[in-house]
Design a binder for this molecule. Structure first.
Ligand code: TXA
Ligand code: MG
Length: 350
């Protein structure tokens, strides 16, 4: 769409009866009119439009610059709304719904053809999720619409965890942004396909494989996922994802190996940025340091996309970060990092 004035609404997520607030009502009216509104969820900000209007859904793809063959998640505010868009929900899917909704788990089911065909990219399945955020739930309730919402970034960029990140990418391209503060989890929802006999995790995220298996028993990981997350691929993977402005290289090695990688690049005349934990302050002598606050995997997940967005190409030529153990939410972190790095990993051991 041509230039649009983007409205910024600030909302307090702790207010009672949020769906009656003037900001939510205005935003809901835009959704009902087929326009695009960005809103916070507990994972990342989403770019929402009614999942029933094909034109509105197409506008999401256009605003993001997203390939049309990549389907969107449909956000609902009540678990029973699953029945509105599907004909059959397997037992295991209901168990997951009752255990994790509202929350960062997206469930793929066969749909009943009531939603826009663009939202499902023409597939016979739909991705459904009930977000755990009062602003998201209020917007869905006030508009009375299921919301198609991918992450509210330009395609290929790190997902937005604050309203400022959304504005950076989409100001002037969308009708409005509901600013409800920073999101919680910081990485997108886990995506699990429950449309066939055996459930398969397609994307790791806020809900871990172990948590899922505690409820429904063993689940498979999509093959591509294991390859992408554990083995470095050749640089330049099929789709660029989560990419910072300067190239990112992951480093797998001890302190002196990490230091050596950075020194090498600085000697070659590059300005080097690093994303590090507090324990590594002073180790690298990089030009720009981003120190991750906290050290649990959950805290790192929350800060990761913001960290990637901090580095501007005018300030650094290359970014380095050490790999993390790919366990629990660390598996989701590494999945995003390997993509952000386009598969570039320097390992001391190979
Ligand atoms: O946390 C999240 O999931 C965020 C917030 C805004 O809810 N949304 C999000 O949406 O990450 P997006 O569009 O960036 O990612 C949706 C993922 C994509 O990997 C897409 O390929 C997959 O879900 N997906 C959607 N529908 C699908 C389907 N029918 N079959 C397989 N994969 C599907
Ligand atoms: Mg995304």
């Amino acid at each position: 769409m041509a230039y649009q004035h983007t409205v910024h609404w600030v909302v307090d997520k702790h207010v009672d009866n949020l769906w009656k607030s003037p900001e939510i009502k205005e935003a809901a009216a835009k959704i009902a009119a087929g326009e695009l509104v960005a809103f916070p969820t507990e994972t990342v900000y989403g770019l929402g439009a009614s999942a029933r209007f094909d034109e509105a859904v197409k506008a999401i793809f256009q605003a993001k610059g997203r390939p049309a063959d990549n389907p969107l998640i449909v956000h609902i505010a009540k678990t029973e709304d699953v029945n509105n868009y599907t004909n059959f929900v397997p037992d295991k899917a209901w168990k997951l719904i009752h255990s994790f909704w509202p929350g960062p788990l997206t469930i793929i089911l066969r749909h009943n053809s009531t939603l826009s065909t663009s939202v499902t990219a023409g597939l016979d399945t739909v991705a459904l999720r009930m977000p755990d955020h009062p602003v998201a739930l209020a917007l869905i309730a006030a508009s009375g619409e299921p919301l198609a919402a991918p992450s509210a970034n330009r395609s290929g960029r790190p997902s937005p965890t604050t309203a400022a990140h959304v504005a950076e990418d989409l100001d002037g391209r969308i009708a409005g942004i509901l600013n409800g503060g920073a999101t919680g989890v910081g990485l997108e929802s886990t995506v699990i396909d429950c449309s066939a006999e055996e459930p398969v995790i397609l994307r790791p995220g806020g809900v871990t494989r172990r948590q899922i298996e505690e409820i429904i028993g063993p689940v498979a990981l999509d093959e591509a996922l294991t390859e992408e997350t554990t083995a470095p691929r050749s640089p330049g993977m099929k789709y660029q994802h989560y990419a910072p402005e300067a190239p990112l290289t992951l480093v797998d090695g001890d302190d002196s190996f990490f230091h050596m990688c950075i020194t090498e690049h600085r000697k070659a005349g590059e300005r080097v940025g690093v994303i590090i934990q507090a324990a590594d302050v002073g180790l690298t002598k990089a030009d720009v340091e981003y120190v991750l606050p906290g050290k649990t995997e959950e805290e790192i997940a929350r800060e990761l996309y913001g960290a990637l967005r901090t580095f501007k190409k005018t300030e650094v030529d290359h970014i380095f970060m050490r790999v993390l153990p790919a366990e629990n939410i660390g598996f989701a972190i590494m999945n995003r990092l390997v993509k952000a790095a386009g598969g570039r990993i320097r390992s001391q051991h190979s």
